[in-house]
Design a protein around this ligand. Structure first.
Ligand code: ASP
Ligand code: MG
Length: 424
């Protein structure tokens, strides 16, 4: 017998038939004798609709009132999950399963006060554990908790993944199954490379890189949390027949397991290729090479909430001048240039050059730590295709390469095959 948290995303609960199908997935695990808690998202599109209502409330002409009150935003947008948790509890009850819905405030899932983007501080799992022991299935509304002001707080878009992992950690679940509209995590985006393979396992750290680089399967924060609490997290599809052979397999259900690297016995050198579109590069030429220059550049950018990614600084030739290149999302490039020019005196550079429409392609794998020549193969493969590299950054488990936008798909496919990731 195992303790399993099952999370169902918006497309999995998009209508009553799908909610019924979700209930069959839950029933399968309950019938197998497992202790089960469920976390649900809102029906797909619902949260967008609710956010739209909040944002489009007509204002009194000439009013200077704030756009909207974040506590009331939360009161409105948290309602989507309230509906699906109740509906799923009803569907389960109709199948003879002892089930009860729970809103974030009822457990409670305690959060900080950052309404609209709250972080989970604490969940007392004792009550759910007790109820699971009595054979009851808790159906928990994801994406929400209770702030210190005693009001509903939501966790930021996509936050129900984080709710599920946090609840799995709180009840010490053996597994957290994230059911979604894809059947696992792939070596790269299958829409770009049809030869992409579904991974059986991926290490937390690798998934963190894949998730933050645009493989939008899971909210990044949920992966961080899973890594910290070592929650074995499974990505799998809710659209498969709940009773197909193997679906209830405890050790090897169909999908991708995100787990500690120790659990991955045969570690490949490279696990996947990720990409991030719409990057822009900014280069500051002939900067003074002295202490404080980087702080003078990146301090004001951070204050302007501009997310800086790759940073490359040259070693100066003669100790007096240097160049600095970094990337920002294309949408932020004009704002960044404005901030830089406002601070031009203080920073002390000659010219700022920029280019938009770039793509960052990344090669990811924990196996890189212990293998030489991994980066060299990427450079060789790209060179053979005539793809020019604009900037390179590396970490222990990742090589990121900045290239011109139109080459993105070719680069992803080239690297995918260069590291032997293509399915045969
Ligand atoms: N319903 C919320 C959203 O759309 C939370 C989630 O689905 O994870 O962002
Ligand atoms: Mg989601």
């Amino acid at each position: 017998m195992a303790r399993i948290v099952m999370k169902f995303g918006g497309t999995s609960v998009a209508d009553l038939n799908r909610i019924h199908n979700v209930a069959r997935h839950v029933k399968r695990e309950v019938d197998a004798g497992h202790e089960v808690a469920v976390v649900v998202s809102a029906m797909s599109g619902k949260t967008n609709e609710l956010v739209g209502w909040v944002e489009n409330m007509p204002k009194v002409a000439g009013s200077n009132a704030p756009f909207y009150d974040a506590r009331e935003y939360d009161a409105v947008v948290a309602s989507g999950e309230q509906v699906t948790s109740g509906l799923l509890a009803i569907a389960l009850q109709s199948m003879g399963i002892n089930a009860r819905s729970w809103q974030g405030w009822q457990l409670p899932v305690k959060t900080d006060n950052a309404h609209g983007a709250a972080r989970i501080l604490d969940i007392d799992g004792a009550d759910i554990i007790r109820r699971m022991g009595e054979g009851q299935v808790a159906v928990v509304a994801g994406f929400q908790g209770l702030g210190p002001d005693n009001r509903v707080a939501t966790l930021g878009r996509g936050g129900s993944d984080t709710s599920a992992v946090a609840i799995a950690a709180a009840v010490k679940a053996d597994r957290c199954d994230i059911y979604t509209d894809v059947d696992g995590v792939y070596t790269t985006d299958p829409r770009i490379e049809p030869k992409a393979r579904r991974l059986k396992k991926i290490a937390f750290e690798e998934m963190l890189e894949m998730a933050s680089l645009g493989a939008k399967v899971l909210q990044v924060r949920s992966v961080e949390l899973a890594m910290v609490h070592k929650v074995r997290t499974f990505v799998r599809s809710s659209f498969e027949d709940p009773d197909a052979p193997g679906m209830g397999d405890l050790l090897n259900p169909p999908g991708t397991l995100i787990c500690d690297e120790d659990e991955i016995v045969e570690q490949e050198v490279v696990t996947g290729i990720a990409y991030a579109k719409d990057e822009a590069q900014i280069s500051l030429r002939r900067l003074a090479d002295r202490p404080g220059v980087s702080a003078a550049i990146f301090g004001p950018l951070a204050e302007a909430h501009i997310n800086v990614d790759m940073i490359v600084q040259n070693i100066s030739e003669d100790g007096s001048k240097t160049d600095m290149t970094f990337t920002v999302p294309s949408g932020d490039v004009n704002k960044a240039l404005r901030v830089l020019s406002e601070n031009k005196e203080k920073i002390g550079y000659d010219v700022a050059q920029s280019e938009s429409g770039l793509v960052k392609v990344s090669v990811i794998g924990i196996g890189m730590r212990s293998h030489a020549g991994v980066a060299a193969s990427a450079f060789r493969a790209l060179a053979e295709k005539g793809i020019n590299i604009k900037a390179i950054t590396t970490s222990e488990i990742k090589i990121s390469i900045l290239i011109d936008g139109p080459y993105a798909e070719l680069a992803v496919r080239t690297l995918h095959s260069a590291y032997g990731l293509d399915k045969s």
